[in-house]
Write a protein that binds this ligand. Structure first.
Ligand SMILES: C[C@H](C(=O)O)C(=O)SCCNC(=O)CCNC(=O)[C@H](O)C(C)(C)COP(=O)(O)OP(=O)(O)OC[C@H]1O[C@@H](n2cnc3c(N)ncnc32)[C@H](O)[C@@H]1OP(=O)(O)O
Ligand SMILES: [Co+2]
Length: 148
């Protein structure tokens, strides 16, 4: 893990929360992006080498909608930057961590991502993020961007 890439915060109203965080962090949102495969819309704020990722739900069955229903607004996950997401997934799986997706999938902000079940990490949902170096549009949305 090379840094805390972002902290994901689940919010009911992305626009309103965006104003709160723009003032709080004293910085503009540098990117908003929908990730349909996750049923989320995101807004990113750079804070030093890390970011704040605000997450709103775009569907009732999205993880964010379920989280908001169950727990209300708040910190949803911690994302760590990794050099080689496939190697990290293999290492963590071998160490007994529960991966929520078998293969890296396309996330927001030009990343390949994977998630670990909260029960593997003391009740914290952990996301692994690897910067996509190739042209992002060569990678399909959602799952399985990886050959076996
Ligand atoms: C795109 C963008 C990006 O950065 O690229 C993103 O981040 S997308 C971010 C949105 N996408 C994701 O989160 C994908 C990964 N998430 C998931 O697969 C799921 O949300 C999940 C498996 C963590 C939880 O699924 P679920 O809510 O249907 O399952 P349950 O309700 O049964 O929850 C199982 C247990 O995990 C707990 N739990 C659920 N969500 C969280 C969370 N965010 N942090 C910590 N604990 C959590 C529940 O309270 C429950 O604990 P107990 O059993 O004690 O009651
Ligand atoms: Co995230």
């Amino acid at each position: 893990m090379n840094k805390i890439e972002h902290i994901g915060i689940a919010v009911k109203d992305l626009e309103a929360a965006g104003k709160t965080y723009e003032t709080l962090l004293n910085t503009e949102c540098y990117k908003t992006e929908k990730v349909e495969s996750e049923g989320v819309e995101t807004a990113f704020y750079q804070v030093g080498e890390s970011k704040i990722e605000l997450l709103g739900a775009t569907r009732d069955d999205s993880p964010i909608a379920k989280f908001l229903e169950k727990k209300g607004e708040g910190i949803h996950h911690i994302a760590f930057g990794v050099e080689d997401i496939k190697a990290e997934m293999k290492r963590l799986k071998a160490e007994g961590y529960v991966l929520l997706n078998e293969k890296p999938k396309k996330g927001a902000d030009n990343k390949l991502v994977a998630f670990l079940h909260p029960k593997s990490s003391n009740g914290v949902l952990v996301e692994l993020c690897q910067e996509i170096k190739e042209e992002p549009d060569t990678l399909p949305e959602g799952d399985a961007v990886w050959d076996s």
